[in-house]
Design a protein around this ligand. Structure first.
Ligand code: NAP
Length: 259
């Protein structure tokens, strides 16, 4: 399917690896020029070079922490006028409800709620003025079904979801859509980090931890970054202009709910 976005320009945050990389690669395959970001310059440059070589699109890189004011300013400055914004950052650490203090919540809110909000606030006016735009926020399955060890994620991402629900309906009339993608367990470094948490708390092997977590997914496996990226590219396509303020769960059926 021709997504109809060839020649558009996208900022994909936190995209040297994992789900962000999947989104960047799928957009590039649709002919979209990219601004890619991550903190580590080496992996970022390597991924950007692969995308340039395989897809032939223009890729600008900005090695910066997207959750800091300075890093965000640097990224936005390099991005300039963009048509597509994909927000993403690392997820909060696991723990117990009784572990977290105010500072832990502030850090999680900064990374997973206030950073995407600041990015949208910076990019939406230009998209609205130009009469076309797509925003996709990478959130989490935890928005639909809380994950006990990820209370910081449950909290911060719920706040972002509320903001998007209200804002998406205020910008849709200008040709701009905002939607959220909710990953369940995907095969990325983040999944390895969470598998390692299971290994440490339960004293089992990595293979056992992975099998245990995969068994909670009706599809019987972890998702892939490629599948995730394809969904992102569709939400950014011309065909998705009537999809507004939605939360699309990509979880292999793990959340056991009718709606
Ligand atoms: P990942 O494989 O660990 O990749 C994270 C990517 O983000 C890397 O490119 C990393 O590069 C970059 N990054 C992290 N923090 C950053 C920051 N502050 N500024 C700029 N770049 C940053 O993680 P993932 O699995 O793709 O997860 C992406 C998001 O989805 C996370 O918020 C995660 O919590 C959420 N999620 C993931 C899953 C899953 O199963 N994978 C499930 C639910 C939700 P640098 O480290 O070099 O910065």
């Amino acid at each position: 399917m021709d997504l109809g976005i060839s020649g558009k320009r996208a900022l994909v945050c936190a995209s040297s690896k994992g789900l962000g990389r999947g989104c960047a690669e799928a957009l590039a395959a649709a002919g979209v020029d990219l601004v890619m970001n991550a903190r580590g310059a080496e992996a970022l440059e390597a991924t950007a070079e692969t995308v340039r070589e395989t897809q032939g699109v223009m890729v600008t890189t900005v090695a910066a922490d997207i959750t800091s004011n300075e890093g965000r300013a640097e990224v936005l400055d390099a991005a300039g006028a963009i048509d597509i914004l994909v927000t993403n950052a690392g997820g909060p650490p696991p723990g117990l409800w009784s572990d977290w203090e105010r500072d832990d919540f502030i850090a999680a809110l900064d990374a997973n709620m206030l950073t995407p909000i600041a990015l949208m606030k910076a990019c939406l006016p230009g998209m609205m003025e130009r009469g076309w735009g797509r925003v996709v926020n990478i959130t989490s399955q935890s928005v639909k079904a809380p994950i006990p060890v990820l209370g910081l994620s449950n909290s911060a991402r719920a706040g972002l979801t509320g903001y998007v629900a209200g804002t998406a309906r205020q910008v849709a009339g200008s040709g701009v859509t905002i939607n959220n993608l909710l990953p369940g367990i995907h095969d990325t470094d983040r999944a390895i980090a969470l598998d390692t948490g299971v290994v440490n708390t339960q004293g089992i092997t990595m293979d056992e931890a992975r099998a245990q977590r995969a068994a909670t997914i009706p599809a019987g496996r972890y998702g892939t970054s490629e599948e995730f990226g394809a969904a992102c590219a569709f939400l950014c396509s011309q065909h998705a202009g009537f999809i507004v303020g939605q939360n699309l769960l990509l979880d292999g059926g793990a959340v056991n709910a009718t709606l």
